[in-house]
Design a binder for this molecule. Structure first.
Ligand SMILES: [Cu+2]
Length: 276
């Protein structure tokens, strides 16, 4: 059963990617007039896109079928074309069919859905941990596995943007991570603050940042580059101005970044936005 569903999913994924190929443009950030998802930056996002495309075709088939059926009934059984209406009230075969077919469809959707849900919460192979804290209104990051490097990440104003930096998505300090590592994000919010949400669409990650609670999610970035996200919980006046900029680098580059970051963000010289 699993093999069949995989085959069907692959076929529909191919069809959808063929039809929407021109919509998959920039990596890690949205594009103007974009339809569909951002290009997947992590295997988990690719699975989410594949699952979406699979369900999309089931929805399309059902919608077209119901529309055609209604159109047929409207014409075939209108008062003009059907002068003597049938008095039939039950049809056992038909009733079993219209109960069983939707049940089977739900089972076909449920199997890959549960598999994906499991993968999203599979923390068995974590390589490193980063803690993100939502403040009003910026994000603070901590690297507990790397001598507790701690810094804040604040939006760059529009008139201070440099060439190639996207508006409303660029921060002064970026979250630097190595590629091909399973990175666990612990996400919380300032105890005296409000609820935020740490979301990066191209990585398939969105997790609420709640005061007093530590939520977890993870991602694995496949290629070096910039990946952008935003706070995705209406948190107040600065909601649209607390972006997430992630710079994914090779393992060696990350190691050298850790060395400089240790000095730059040493605890006595802490870059803490709140203390500025
Ligand atoms: Cu927020």
């Amino acid at each position: 059963m699993n093999i069949n569903i995989c085959g069907i999913m692959k076929f529909f994924t191919f069809l959808t990617s063929f039809l929407t190929a021109n919509q998959i443009l920039a990596k890690g950030q949205p594009t103007e007039w974009q339809l569909g998802f951002q290009e997947a930056g992590s295997p988990l996002m690719q699975q989410l896109i594949d699952f979406h495309d699979f369900v999309f075709w089931i929805i399309t088939a059902i919608t077209v079928f119901v529309f055609l059926l209604l159109a047929y009934v409207c014409v075939r059984f209108s008062a003009k074309n059907n002068k003597k209406p049938s008095t039939t009230t039950h049809n056992a075969t038909l009733e079993i069919a219209w109960t069983l077919i939707p049940v089977l469809l739900l089972v076909v959707i449920a199997i890959p859905s549960f598999r994906l849900l499991y993968n999203q919460n599979d923390f068995t192979n974590i390589d490193m941990t980063i803690k993100a804290t939502g403040y009003t209104w910026w994000w603070g990051y901590e690297y507990p596995d790397h001598d507790g490097i701690t810094f804040d990440s604040v939006i760059v104003e529009e008139d201070e943007l440099e060439e190639g930096q996207p508006r409303l998505l660029t921060t002064d300090y970026q979250l630097v991570v190595p590629v091909n590592k399973n990175i666990k994000m612990q996400i919380t919010s300032d105890p005296s603050g409000v609820i935020h949400s740490w979301a990066v669409p191209s990585l398939g990650v969105k997790m609420d940042a709640i005061p007093g609670r530590l939520n977890e999610t993870y991602f694995n970035i496949k290629e070096p580059g910039m990946y952008y996200g935003q706070c995705s919980e209406l948190c107040g006046v600065g909601h649209g101005f607390m972006p997430i900029s992630i710079r994914a680098v090779t393992e060696e580059e990350f190691a050298s970044w850790v060395e400089t970051a240790k000095e730059e963000f040493a605890s006595d010289n802490n870059n803490n936005y709140a203390k500025k």
